[in-house]
Design a protein around this ligand. Structure first.
Ligand code: NDP
Length: 313
């Protein structure tokens, strides 16, 4: 070990609900966890307004406030929460990580909770209303409830878009799906489900030109048919994007088993990865559920698995 490197029992990478829950459990098990927050402290929930589906908050809570509370709870039991970005790992001979490219840490266990990032179209108007919390969302399950009995648009043609369109159709008055090609990418069964749903309107060959609003909230979307070039304005209050997620797992690629999209593959029913002592929790390994509560649940699993691993050595 180099003289300027540290040695720690349990390193947690990431500060979403998975990371903080792992930290709470690891700290209470006397593992003296160190948690690095990453470039978006608090994770994806910090871009969400109200969280109404996390048990224990009958009146809801804002995403940022919830993450502050989770951090406090983790710190209360002794988690060392640090700002910093894990830029490199080496799992060849022991478990080594580098923070901000220079600080080296040797770890006995690592919990990866680096999450995933929703993809957006990248339009200026989309980003503007996303930041304002004014009607742009990449999570129908999180935010659909706020658009009850209203008209919304959802962009995408994969399984997520179909699943979310169907979810929204049960809450909203009308859901318009914008599909950029003349076909879906989703599985047949998911396609059939949306096609059969009365209040889902599917517009093929259709792309978003602009998300329009009053400066605070969305009130319509300008779309273009890429065959006819005809532009149409659709009045809506919600603009949902379901064009996929990117798991934040690039630095682990040389060492960990992953699927083709980059989601880390864990042993079924546990948080174990293919490297002893390295555990995964939250969206970095989950493209199916992607909820704060499921991330928290797997964060708990990862800390318990890490504790049992240390005990077995
Ligand atoms: P996918 O990558 O499967 O699909 C992304 C969709 O978004 C594609 O239809 C793509 O269009 C569209 N898209 C991408 N970029 C743009 C853009 N700039 N403008 C408009 N449309 C765009 O992602 P999903 O999140 O849907 O699914 C990820 C994985 O998770 C898949 O393997 C899926 O099967 C799985 N999944 C399974 C579920 C289930 O079984 N219940 C539920 C949800 C996901 P195009 O087709 O034109 O490229």
């Amino acid at each position: 070990m180099k003289s300027n490197s540290q040695k720690i029992k349990c390193l947690i990478i990431g500060s979403g609900p998975a990371g903080y829950t792992a930290a709470i459990y690891a700290a209470r098990a006397n593992m003296s966890p160190v948690l690095y927050q990453g470039i978006q402290p608090g994770g994806q929930l910090t871009t969400t307004n109200d969280v109404e589906n996390f048990p224990g908050y009958p009146d809801g809570i804002t995403g940022p406030e919830m993450m502050i509370q989770l951090q406090k709870q983790a710190e209360r039991f002794g988690t060392d929460v640090r700002s910093g970005w894990v830029t490199k790992v080496d799992f060849k001979d022991g478990l080594k990580v580098w923070v901000n490219d220079n600080e080296e840490i040797e770890c006995e266990t690592i919990v990866i909770s680096t999450g995933a990032s929703a993809k957006y179209l990248g339009l200026e108007s989309e980003q503007k209303y996303l930041k304002l919390g004014g009607g742009v969302s990449a999570c129908a399950v999180c935010d659909g409830f706020f658009y009850r009995k209203q008209d919304v648009v959802i962009v995408g043609a994969g399984d997520s878009a179909c699943e979310e369109a169907h979810y929204l159709s049960k809450l909203c008055n009308k859901v318009t799906m914008l599909v950029r090609k003349d076909e879906f990418r989703a599985s047949k069964i998911m396609q059939e489900r949306v096609k059969k749903t009365e209040n889902i309107d599917i517009l093929f060959n259709t792309e978003t030109v602009e998300v329009i609003g009053d400066g605070q909230v969305v009130n319509s979307v300008l779309v273009r048919n890429n065959k006819s070039e005809k532009e149409t304005k659709i009045p809506v209050t919600g603009f949902f994007v379901a064009i996929g997620h990117t798991p934040n797992t690039d630095i682990f690629k040389p060492y960990l088993n992953m699927d083709e999209t980059g989601y880390i593959i864990n042993e079924p029913g546990s948080s174990k990865t293919n490297i002893s002592g390295v555990f995964v929790s939250g969206d970095a390994a989950d493209h199916v559920y992607r909820q704060a509560i499921t991330a928290a649940g797997t964060g708990c699993m990862a800390a318990l698995d890490a504790e049992r691993y240390l005990a077995s050595l």
